[in-house]
Write a protein that binds this ligand. Structure first.
Ligand code: ASP
Length: 329
């Protein structure tokens, strides 16, 4: 049968359209090709916070999650997304990291941070630093510019000056001198600050994790928590997951929490969700913290064994959620 060219052409366009819409139907829920999760700490009890405190938390998380999401949606790397997201939270005095860091028993800020690239296990970390506003960026420099993983105290501060990172006066962090003895972990009803972290999967299939904190309020000078310790509070490996923890650092160090989740996936073939469940609800003591994590398939798992965990998730399927606690944890 003879058909005019234009008809043949439109017929094939219709066929192509039908074919592609049925493909879309068959995969109505494709795995997200990028995903990001953030946390702003698991200390305190959100039901006891004022409306203003809750609002500041939500706004800060939303601002950070939006920035991270935009980097990933534009095809940026998970490493850039986690660093930039954490920098925004570090600059926000609402959170216990960077500017808003809680203080040691002698009322100084000593900051810890770590970043890890899941594509090659490159990682960098700082502990007890006092001179930069954004310890997460110093951690990234240590990862990319030195042969070391972790620099601490005066050596790390000196390195930050040598490479030209803007230096801040110790007073930059002293926003709440009278709250220096406030423990974030439930001993105070007014506790409302929290460590920050971010994990991401980018459209290139790479995972990354970052965590930054002022540690525990009233800590002994020189105390280092889990956040800057790779495998305790921070970990990323493309074949398993990226994870950032928050909670009583000593408990997370003892249990090598971040690596334990990855190891359960790698050696026992567990799903990310089962691995996190086991660590948070069986291994750790109750009321000690939580984690955010993302697997290579884009699934995100956020869990805590505390009354709350400020957190958020976004992905390429259009999800964008901010929460002060996970329901049905
Ligand atoms: N894990 C942090 C630390 O122990 C504190 C926190 O997550 O709030 O330093």
């Amino acid at each position: 049968m003879w058909l005019p060219n234009v008809l043949v052409h439109s017929f094939s366009v219709v066929l192509i359209l039908i074919a592609s819409s049925s493909t879309a139907l068959a995969q109505s829920s494709p795995a997200p090709h990028w995903a990001i999760a953030i946390h702003g700490g698991a200390g305190g009890d959100p039901t006891k916070w004022s409306d203003r405190q809750k609002e500041l938390r939500r706004q800060g998380l939303e601002r950070a999650l939006t920035a991270g999401k935009e980097i990933l949606a534009a095809g940026g790397t998970s490493l850039d997304a986690v660093e930039q997201t954490v920098r925004i939270l570090e600059d926000d005095p609402t959170f216990n990291a960077g500017r808003g860091a809680v203080l040691t028993s002698d009322k100084r800020a000593e900051l810890d941070a770590a970043i890890m690239d899941g594509s090659n296990k490159a990682c960098g970390a700082v502990a007890s630093v006092t001179a930069v506003a954004n310890p997460i960026s110093l951690a990234r420099k240590i990862m990319t510019q030195t042969r070391h993983v972790l620099l601490v105290g005066p050596g790390a501060d000196r390195y930050s000056a040598e490479i030209g990172m803007p230096q801040v006066d110790p007073s930059y962090f002293v926003l709440r001198p009278n709250e220096a003895d406030q423990s974030l972990y439930r001993t105070s009803e007014g506790a409302y600050l929290g460590t920050v972290g971010c994990v991401a999967l980018d459209a290139h299939g790479n995972l990354a994790a970052a965590t930054s904190t002022g540690g525990l309020g009233g800590k002994m000078p020189g105390r280092v928590g889990d956040s800057p310790l790779i495998g305790a509070g921070t970990y990323a490996e493309n074949s398993t997951c990226a994870l950032s923890a928050t909670g009583v650092g000593e408990e997370f160090i003892r249990n090598a929490v971040a690596f334990d989740v990855a190891a359960k996936m790698k050696y026992a073939g567990m799903s990310l969700e089962n691995a996190v469940d086991q660590v948070i609800f069986q291994t750790l003591k109750p009321d000690t913290g939580g984690v955010i994590s993302v697997a290579a398939d884009g699934s995100t798992v956020l869990k805590h064994n505390t009354p709350g965990m400020s957190c958020g998730v976004a992905d390429s399927r259009g999800r964008f959620d901010i929460m002060l606690a996970i329901e049905n944890k």
